[in-house]
Design a protein around this ligand. Structure first.
Ligand code: CMC
Length: 449
């Protein structure tokens, strides 16, 4: 809390003019000086601006929190104007080229690249926490045969909290760590169980001899063969996708994790909030919406008509636009680089790819999109690559949730150890009636006053 918002005696600003903001309240003529720190002013400083002593003070109004920083974080940097993404300062391009998802998860969580010993230990721990309690299978079985896998994932992540009551001790560093290991390890297992349930197939237990992504492919696709042998090209492509989806600073689901986390429930419950946020079509659900959109467009011949519909406001170009990126999303570029190799490995062609490329080309030539800085985001091509990997559409958002778990846990741990942590409790502008009287039922007149 700062005490820098002070009315000057003569109504004139007294600041040194360097890192401060002077605000004049035209209702009173008073001027206030506020400290600027890291390009921000504290919203609470506005509370000092009052017309009289009884006044509550000014609030800031920011629906969707478009211009409000709600934490300090050293995990993920997005340069929205340049189209840059870094985890702990390392570019996503370097990580995709040289690292792997589990190493990136460690980096996000602990702030540095692991030494060989740290890495071996970390991989061992994650690999040996992939099993879920047998009861999890029972409640998976309780879902309808056609239940949406994302709904199943949401429920089962929340349910994990009941298996680990010790995780409620948020002051215990070991509990924080082991909860992160458990969540990262079990997420693919829960996801694969949800998928197998929707097909009526038996669940496949984790294979600890395989890599993180290889084991996931095994749990999805293994049939009667004694051991599933993942295609290393697909294993690697999936690993790159997982790196790309691991974190993205204060997006809707991460903000949900921090918001719910601020009330101090166990981490499984907070991460379930993240899964819930991701579910929506404007966030993680966009990858499904993109493929549905491409299927509806049907052919490259219909692309222009579709874009005209977007410009008339009848459609939304799913997979385009971003709150922070005002340039090409670097994740979309990297995904594109891997599409061809996945198609080559699977020997498949995906006609939706041509439609997507034509959409991108035309949109990038169109003033409507360029003037609004609408570029492809991560979801524009991810569905196309998931299709090539034989992942069914309703699993796409689940595919996003698996790797985002490491980002959510890193953000949750950072928040739990942040001296600025306090319960998230926003304000509102109340627009309803006051001092209304209770009217007995027989005297009510519907909505009429
Ligand atoms: N198609 C057409 N117009 C758009 C789009 C779009 N996809 N996105 C934004 N606009 C327009 C919007 O209508 C507005 O125009 P105007 O100034 O004339 O009113 C302008 O661009 C600014 O848009 P906004 O709605 O204020 O932007 P926002 O920051 O509130 O929304 C967004 C960001 C991602 C929700 C939005 O761009 C969108 O709905 N995109 C499609 C869904 C999508 O692809 N989501 C995935 C996001 S990336 C991964 C993730 O977060 O999971």
């Amino acid at each position: 809390m700062t005490d820098k918002a002070q009315a000057t005696e003569d109504g004139q600003a007294q600041g040194d003019g360097a890192e401060s903001l002077t605000v004049t309240d035209n209702r009173t003529g008073e001027s206030y000086e506020m400290e600027i720190t890291d390009g921000t002013v504290r919203a609470m400083d506005f509370r000092e601006i009052k017309v009289n002593d009884d006044d509550f003070g000014l609030m800031t109004h920011d629906p969707g929190l478009s211009n409000t920083s709600h934490c300090r974080s050293s995990i993920c940097y997005i340069g929205g104007e340049e189209g840059v993404l870094e985890y702990r300062g390392i570019s996503i391009e370097q990580l995709c080229e040289h690292s792997n998802y589990l190493e990136v998860a460690y980096l996000l969580m602990y702030g540095h690249l692991p030494t060989q010993d740290e890495y071996n230990d970390w991989v061992y721990q994650v690999t040996h926490h992939t099993y879920v309690h047998e009861n999890v299978k029972d409640f998976m079985d309780g879902f309808r045969h056609d239940a949406d896998p994302m709904g199943m994932l949401l429920a089962s992540v929340g349910a994990l909290s009941t298996f680990y009551p010790e995780a409620k001790d948020l002051s215990d560093d070991f509990q924080q760590h082991v909860s992160a290991v458990r969540l990262i390890a079990k997420m693919p297992t829960l996801a694969a169980f949800a998928y197998r349930h929707s097909l009526g197939l038996p669940y496949v237990y984790p294979d600890n001899q395989l890599s993180y992504t290889g084991n996931f492919l095994s749990m999805l696709f293994k049939m009667t063969e004694p051991r599933y042998e993942p295609d290393p090209r697909l294993e690697r492509a999936l690993d790159v996708l997982f790196i790309l989806h691991a974190d993205h600073e204060q997006n809707c689901s991460t903000a949900a994790v921090r918001t719910v986390g601020s009330a101090l429930p166990d981490p499984f419950t907070s991460i379930a909030a993240g899964v819930a946020g991701l579910y929506g079509p404007l966030h993680g659900g966009a990858n499904i919406a993109v493929v549905k959109m491409l299927q509806r467009i049907e052919s490259t011949d219909n692309v222009q008509d579709f874009l005209d519909g977007v410009k008339e406001g009848n459609e939304r170009l799913m997979g385009f636009g971003h709150r922070v990126y005002k340039n090409y999303d670097p994740r979309a570029r990297i995904i594109q680089e891997h599409i061809e190799e996945v198609l080559e490995a699977t020997g498949k062609q995906n006609p939706l790819l041509n439609i997507a490329q034509e959409l991108e080309k035309r949109a990038m030539d169109d003033e409507y999109f360029t003037s609004r800085k609408l570029y492809p985001n991560v979801d524009f091509y991810s569905g196309v690559i998931y299709e090539a990997l034989n992942i069914p559409q309703d699993m796409f958002t689940v595919m996003f949730a698996i790797p985002r778990t490491s980002g959510w846990m890193a953000q949750w741990m950072e928040w739990m150890n942040d001296e600025e942590l306090r319960i998230v409790r926003p304000r509102q502008i109340y627009t309803g009636p006051r001092d209304a009287d209770y009217v007995p039922m027989n005297e009510r007149n519907g909505g009429a006053s």
